[in-house]
Design a protein. Structure first.
Length: 288
């Protein structure tokens, strides 16, 4: 049994074992963009009483729902002050001390693993929907996601030479923070049929311009983030990238952060969109 499956089972047991657990929760605090997206997809927007700052989709969520702050900087008082009868949070929620206090507060808490692998995303969706009594709706969404990912994998079987992609989270004084393995960026690059050139490193790491140049990526991938400076194609003129194949072909790709890295119902579309940008000659159907 995979670690992912074990986490789902433990989370389900903890939820089922709580005397406060409700089959149809009325006051949900949703912590994590993918959690909020799934809850909206199954028609529970009116039951959500609080979200975090990563819950940017659908756009109405961040405009209309009380906000409990950033996913990794939660305040237990802020969450519990909304009187939830269910808290659903992504694995990366923190700090640990705050999460521990929420776990001990007497309110059912469901912890949702990241679901970065092809086989895990449908189960992640089911974990969220089963927690709110929307099993049938969750099965439908999860099945569609699985089918779409399988179709994309089949389409990408035509790729003979994988593009080498470098995902940059940020750039400070010419030093890029790059994504290695065990990250959403690594997972979406692989789903799009490409290779992560920083795949020998785990997590995110800031590297020197020389180290970045030595990776020789075919494409530079970044995300748009609300309130953050928005880099353009001029980034390819940086010493870290100017001598790379990406700079020579002008292959700089920028996509919405939650869409690309959220790992929710829209992930097949995000992977297909990225693949279409990396492999334009494939003419992938349904790419945005």
């Amino acid at each position: 049994m995979s670690r992912f499956s074990c986490l789902l089972i433990l989370s389900a047991l903890a939820f089922a074992g709580s005397s406060a657990a409700l089959a149809e929760p009325q006051r949900i605090v949703s912590i994590g963009g993918s959690v909020t997206e799934v809850l909206y997809a199954v028609g529970l927007k009116d039951k959500i009483v609080g979200i975090d700052t990563t819950s940017l989709y659908p756009p109405e969520a961040i405009k209309t729902k009380p906000n409990v702050g950033y996913l990794r900087a939660l305040s237990p008082e802020g969450v519990l002050g909304l009187s939830p009868d269910l808290i659903i949070m992504e694995r990366d929620a923190g700090p640990r001390e705050a999460v521990a206090l929420l776990d001990e507060a007497g309110v059912p808490v469901v912890h949702v693993p990241a679901g970065f692998e092809l086989s895990e995303l449908p189960e992640k969706i089911r974990a969220i929907t089963n927690a709110v009594g929307k099993n049938a709706e969750g099965d439908k969404i999860a099945s569609t996601v699985a089918e779409d990912l399988a179709a994309l994998k089949n389409d990408l079987a035509k790729v003979t030479a994988k593009k080498r992609v470098l995902f940059i989270l940020s750039l400070t004084d010419g030093r890029p923070m790059a994504a290695g393995t065990n990250t959403a960026a690594d997972a979406i690059i692989r789903l799009a049929g490409a290779e992560n050139v920083f795949g020998d490193v785990k997590g995110y790491k800031t590297i020197s311009p020389e180290a970045a140049a030595a990776l020789q990526p075919d494409a530079i991938l970044m995300i748009t983030r609300s309130g953050a400076p928005q880099e353009g194609t001029d980034i390819l003129k940086q010493p870290a990238f100017v001598e790379t194949p990406a700079a020579k072909t002008g292959t700089f790709i920028k996509m919405d952060g939650l869409f690309l890295l959220g790992f929710g119902p829209r992930t097949p579309a995000a992977a297909r969109d990225l693949a279409a940008k990396l492999y334009p000659d494939l003419k992938l159907a349904n790419a945005q």
